[in-house]
Design a protein around this ligand. Structure first.
Ligand SMILES: COc1cccc(-c2nc(Nc3cc(C)[nH]n3)cc3ccccc23)c1
Length: 278
């Protein structure tokens, strides 16, 4: 029969998003864990984002990938809309990054492989995310990256102007210039993401917006000394002003630095498993 909130036991609140809260929950039958995002219709309407939510639901409910949070189902009552989402116990990526200041090369490289795999799956379905940043990423039970929020995704190509309420550090030159954009915006964003994973702050961050904008449009940024050659090579192939010249997601997955970091993560996991078994 029709799914309703009464089919779930609501647990602790996990946190607040922009338009509502997220709760840990489980089904009454089978105790299946999930995360329920509760959105207030009134806030969506006053925020003028109800169509964006419809698009988010339409897109995320059709995506099934190990590095993308599943949207299992949704329903509503008089005042609220409930999204039944996959639960990622590791919590938010940006909290991890804030706590650790910056990630090791091995972690950053593994996360780059995972997000490139998730985005190539999205791009094959003609979905561009458009809002890749640590705040929209979660961490799964095995420490894997999960894209958690499709609030800004659209079907490519698009020239939708959006009112940025979040950071603009991840915006590519073509969006700063208001040109129409393609799935290459996600390539730029994972270049920014890789830099932020390794350095602890994004490459174009400046005191004032004007400096950030001009740095983005010029693709002007520098590396701290500790960023090594392999990572610089990958970032340098993604943070390219001309969207047509950015390397592809497949080239990210095949990049020598990513594959070597992935191998070192796998070896470390094997070693841990062997020690636990010992
Ligand atoms: C603002 O802080 C927020 C907001 C929303 C969720 C969390 C949060 N989420 C999840 N997992 C999730 C969330 C979703 C949609 N699926 N799996 C786990 C956590 C663990 C510790 C703290 C916080 C957590 C935080």
């Amino acid at each position: 029969g029709k799914l309703s909130i009464n089919d779930f036991e609501i647990g602790r609140p996990l946190g607040k998003g922009k338009f509502g809260s997220v709760y840990l929950a489980r089904t009454k039958t089978g105790h299946f864990h999930c995360a329920i995002k509760v959105l207030f219709k009134s806030q969506l309407i006053s925020g003028g984002v109800e169509h964006q939510l419809e698009r988010e639901i339409e897109i995320q409910s059709h995506l099934q990938h190990p590095n993308i949070i599943r949207l299992y189902n949704y329903f509503w009552d008089a005042k609220k809309i409930y999204l039944i989402l996959e639960y990622a116990p590791g919590g938010e990526m940006y909290k991890q990054l804030t706590t650790q200041k910056r990630f090791t090369e091995a972690m950053a490289g593994k996360y780059m492989y995972e997000i490139a795999d998730a985005l190539s799956y999205c791009h094959r379905k003609n979905v561009i995310h458009r809002d890749i940043k640590p705040e929209n990423l979660l961490i799964g039970a095995q420490g894997e990256l999960k894209i958690g929020d499709f609030g800004w995704s659209v079907h490519a190509p698009s020239n939708k102007r959006q009112t940025m309420c979040g950071t603009m550090d991840y915006l590519p030159p073509e969006m700063v210039n208001g040109n129409s954009h393609s799935d290459a915006v996600d390539l730029w964003a994972i270049g920014v993401l890789c830099y932020e994973f390794l350095v602890g702050k994004p490459p174009f961050e400046h005191e004032n917006q004007a400096d950030t904008y001009s740095a983005i449009k010029a693709g002007r940024f520098t590396y701290p000394d500790f960023v090594k050659k392999g990572a610089r090579d990958l970032i340098g192939k993604l943070l390219v002003v001309d969207p047509r010249r950015r390397c592809s997601l497949q080239e990210v997955k095949d990049h020598y630095w990513v594959t070597s970091m992935l191998d070192s993560c796998r070896r470390a996991a094997e070693k841990q498993k062997a020690e636990r078994a010992a």
